[in-house]
Design a protein around this ligand. Structure first.
Ligand SMILES: Cc1cc2nc3c(=O)[nH]c(=O)nc-3n(C[C@H](O)[C@H](O)[C@H](O)COP(=O)(O)OP(=O)(O)OC[C@H]3O[C@@H](n4cnc5c(N)ncnc54)[C@H](O)[C@@H]3O)c2cc1C
Length: 440
């Protein structure tokens, strides 16, 4: 049995939260004034603002503008403790969480571990495509994209050159659309200045979606407008197209189409990031943890799950709530209130999602926004998108730095952070750790 994690014993009910994402943070804040000990476990020591990862990947923002140290968020909270660790397993009968640095006792355990890429069992795609779920992945993508242009300059074989400058994004949800729009902007305004020797008419950006329209969670009108916006940015959109294989060079679709591309970005599926040890009946479709209306995990008395990893199945949510930040935030807040009720032996309240609308941006000056019955597209939508994202970014410094970057990029048609940064590789140690994509 692993040793006990060194966390002070306050002799108060201990609430262990796994995950410092949108849900975990809101929950921990709500527990601030309760007579409980809050212990947060996260594999990173920072919170990531995932909605802007694509801007890191396309050199629009520095990584530290969209990340915030977890200890700093809670530095005033006396009942809060943080340990950087990866949670590996729950032992529900012993109220123990096993992590890579030791075991931890809990009175209540909350899993707020978010989601991870789902490749639907296609191992070649998992191995050869690039995901964009975390900061290191977004940074890797940035280096990979820029490296492709450096490599394109090294060959006079036009087919080879084109495959270096062909980028395929799979998945026409908000992430895929925003990434494709940002790539379109890079092609139009930024990269030709850096690589005047390359013919940018030959650079291709493909966005592939298996459904019959983009942004499936929004109206037909917004989908259609998004398609128009992307086409104006020279993005080739393939609808009703299902990717079946990718070996790092050639992508194949169900209909027999092939595309030569050195870069494929996968944003076509996510699944819950679960940890071992929960009752088998608690795991639902897409590896999401099944919870009741108060986010309590099915089959467990004192384990809860919130945010992307949780699926609250009901008549109006037969596949669970959408995996978006507002759901995680609202579930975290309600669970905080419900824990207070439980401690005071009061009744708990069921979760009711307040849908604040959807939005996606497609390059500069263009976005689609839907709030209730209100729909807007174009500049006003883009302005709204920017305001909402700035307001929800964690930390005043991050808001200011992001705003300055956006203003700079807007007026200069520039993306200042075009750096290829790779993990340090010690030349004296053969096979020292380096990223898979470096060898492409
Ligand atoms: C590229 C991208 C763009 C997006 N854009 C939008 C958008 O525009 N609008 C929107 O509403 N939503 C968007 N989303 C979705 C949104 O980010 C998620 O719905 C939200 O982050 C879910 O919050 P969460 O708290 O459930 O999990 P997360 O915010 O993902 O946090 C999970 C935390 O758990 C930690 N963790 C996971 N497993 C372990 C473990 N075993 N041990 C320790 N720590 C662990 C992780 O390090 C992470 O800090 C986007 C997501 C992505 C990837």
């Amino acid at each position: 049995m692993p040793h006990e994690l060194d966390v002070p014993n306050l002799h108060l009910p201990r609430i262990v939260i796994v995950g410092g994402g949108f849900g975990g943070i809101e929950l921990a804040k709500k527990l601030r004034n309760l007579p409980v000990q809050v212990v947060m476990i996260d594999q990173n020591n920072y919170h990531t603002f995932q909605p802007l990862l694509y801007q890191v990947a396309t050199a629009g923002l520095e990584p530290d503008s969209i990340a915030f140290p977890l200890r700093k968020i809670f530095k005033q909270q006396k009942n809060f403790y943080f340990r950087m660790a990866k949670a590996e397993q729950v032992l529900p009968n012993d109220n123990l969480l096993l992590t890579n640095i030791g075991k931890l006792h809990y009175d209540y355990l909350v899993l707020a571990t978010g989601s991870t890429s789902n490749y639907f069992g296609m191992n070649d795609i998992a191995t050869n495509s690039l995901p964009m779920k975390s900061l290191p992945e977004a940074l890797n993508l940035r280096s990979m994209i820029l490296q492709c242009f450096e490599n394109a300059l090294l060959t006079h074989n036009l087919t080879e050159r084109e495959s270096h400058t062909t980028f395929v994004i799979v998945g026409g949800g908000p992430t895929g659309v925003e990434m494709a729009g940002a790539m379109g902007e890079l092609k139009k305004h930024v990269l030709p200045n850096d690589y005047p020797e390359l013919d940018f008419r030959r650079m291709r950006i493909h966005l592939i979606e298996s459904g019959d329209r983009l942004l499936g969670n929004m109206s037909d009108e917004s989908s259609q407008k998004t398609l128009e916006f992307l086409e104006r940015l020279d993005v080739h959109v393939w609808l009703d197209t299902f990717v079946t294989a990718y070996d790092g060079n050639v992508l194949q679709t169900k209909g027999g189409k092939t595309i030569n591309a050195k870069t494929m970005i996968w944003s076509a599926g996510v699944k819950g990031q679960i940890i071992e040890g929960l009752a088998p009946e608690a795991i639902g479709k897409g590896s999401r943890i099944l919870v009741d209306t108060t986010n309590k995990v099915i089959g467990h008395a004192n384990i809860y799950a919130i945010g992307d990893v949780a699926a609250m199945i009901a008549d109006d949510t037969p596949r669970g709530h959408p995996m978006v930040a507002p759901v995680a935030i609202q579930q975290g807040q309600l669970l905080g209130e419900n824990i207070a009720h439980i401690l005071q032996k009061k009744e708990t309240n069921p979760f009711k999602y307040r849908d604040k609308g959807s939005m996606a941006t497609v390059g500069r000056n263009r976005a689609v926004v839907e709030v209730g019955k209100m729909k807007t597209q174009g500049f006003i939508a883009w302005f709204l998108w920017m305001t909402v994202h700035l307001m929800t970014l964690v930390g005043f410094r991050n808001k200011v730095v992001t705003l300055i970057n956006w203003i700079w990029n807007y007026f200069n048609y520039d993306r200042g952070i075009r750096l290829i940064v790779r993990p340090y590789k010690n030349p004296n140690i053969p096979n020292s750790p380096h990223s898979r994509q470096e060898t492409n």
